[in-house]
Write a protein that binds this ligand. Structure first.
Ligand SMILES: Nc1ncnc2c1ncn2[C@@H]1O[C@H](COP(=O)(O)OP(=O)(O)OP(=O)(O)O)[C@@H](O)[C@H]1O
Ligand SMILES: [Mg+2]
Length: 352
């Protein structure tokens, strides 16, 4: 349960030149990264980038084809058993016994991790509270809804305080309240010394929790750094507008494309178009107002703001996070632009 005294002075997680293919699919093409002890690494990337494959290799569920992966200095291929003793991984529903109540499940896990009766009970109570399961705590887990089972599963992975914790999209599908509960538990564990590797589709989550961020695409690291240094790579401000008539969204994007430094990001639901404009803030605003007016496009709002991680992600990968459908229907020209953009962005700080 408790964190072992570190005998290894290097980073908690080291990945060097790791490759992995599934038949013709080159999921990882030589990944390098390192995570310092007691810090949070946010592993970001579009669907199919290779995030889960990295997590599976580090948690000994998949062997790499080549390269080296160490957890607390222990090689995942040479000593998988020793690695498993150091780590926690969410998503192991096998840990939940359906006939037992939520509370019983968590208490039993606590006992298994040698917490002692009182601490096991207290830990279960805390986790039930954090994941909004207190009301249903004394019902058998088999009566839980899908979302509740997922929350119980996450709680189960957090009963012990592992030295290194891997969470692969821990809050996907959780309601906002449980997401915030999850963040609180994560912060608590990390302040207690746990090292965390987190994959997420929610860039605000990475911004909130991650000390360092590694962005991967097509099995390669395309950027690494803190959220702030990544945002600085946008090189200035972002112009954002909300249009009144959603049907004119594509037209607005075309207009903005002539004003910004990169392809505009379009949020259809919000009727929003945003584009990086470098240091030309107010000049870009005037230009946008004139061009939109000339095109007969009405706006509800137009503003200059600091870049977000979403803007960075878009610049690096050519499309927004959480755009599943997009990755299948991307046109050739879009893919080409993305390659060009990537070629431009690779040189600075690719690995940590
Ligand atoms: N067992 C497998 N057999 C064949 N191909 C696989 C297998 N596992 C992963 N892949 C492929 O490897 C690539 C990387 O997959 P991975 O699951 O690591 O991506 P991801 O970044 O986690 O994506 P997502 O955001 O959708 O979870 C994808 O092209 C995927 O189709
Ligand atoms: Mg995945």
């Amino acid at each position: 349960m408790t964190i072992s005294p570190p005998t290894w002075n290097g980073p908690s997680i080291v990945v060097e030149g790791v490759t992995k293919s599934f038949g013709d699919v080159h999921a990882l093409c030589g990944i390098d990264l390192a995570v310092e002890r007691g810090t949070v690494l946010g592993l970001l990337g579009p669907n199919g980038a290779g995030k889960t494959t990295v997590v599976k290799i580090l948690t000994t569920l998949l062997p790499p084809d080549s390269g080296r992966a160490l957890v607390e200095g222990i090689d995942v291929v040479a000593s998988p058993g020793a690695v498993r003793e150091m780590i926690g991984l969410a998503g192991q529903s096998a840990a939940i016994q359906e006939e037992l109540t939520g509370r019983e499940n968590l208490e039993i896990l606590g006992r298994l991790y040698h917490l002692g009766r009182t601490r096991a009970r207290r830990r279960a109570e805390e986790l039930l509270e954090s994941f909004d399961l207190t009301v249903s705590a004394d019902r058998p887990a088999k009566t839980y809804s899908g979302g509740m089972q997922r929350r119980l599963d996450l709680a189960a992975s957090l009963v012990a305080q592992p030295a290194v914790l891997f969470l692969d999209e821990p809050t996907t599908g959780l309601d906002p309240r449980s997401r915030i509960g999850m963040w609180a538990v994560i912060r608590d564990l990390v302040s207690g010394g746990t090292t965390l590797m987190l994959t997420t589709q929610y860039l605000d989550e990475a911004d909130e929790l991650a000390d360092e961020i590694v962005v991967i695409d097509h099995g390669l690291v395309i950027a690494a750094g803190t959220a702030e240094t990544l945002k600085d790579r946008i090189g200035g401000d972002v112009l954002e507008l909300v249009i009144t008539d959603r049907a004119r969204l594509a037209d607005a994007a075309r207009v903005m494309s002539g004003i910004g430094d990169a392809e505009p990001a379009v949020d259809g639901e919000a009727g929003q178009v945003s584009v990086p404009v470098g240091p030309r803030g107010s000049r870009a605003v005037i230009q946008a107002v004139r061009a939109l007016d000339a095109a007969g496009i009405e706006t509800e709002g137009l503003a200059i703001r600091r870049p977000s991680l979403d803007d960075v992600f878009l610049m690096l990968t050519g499309h927004a996070a959480e755009s599943d459908a997009d990755s299948d229907t991307r046109s050739g020209s879009r893919r080409r632009r993305r390659r060009e953009r990537r070629a431009r962005s690779v040189p600075e700080g690719t690995t940590s």
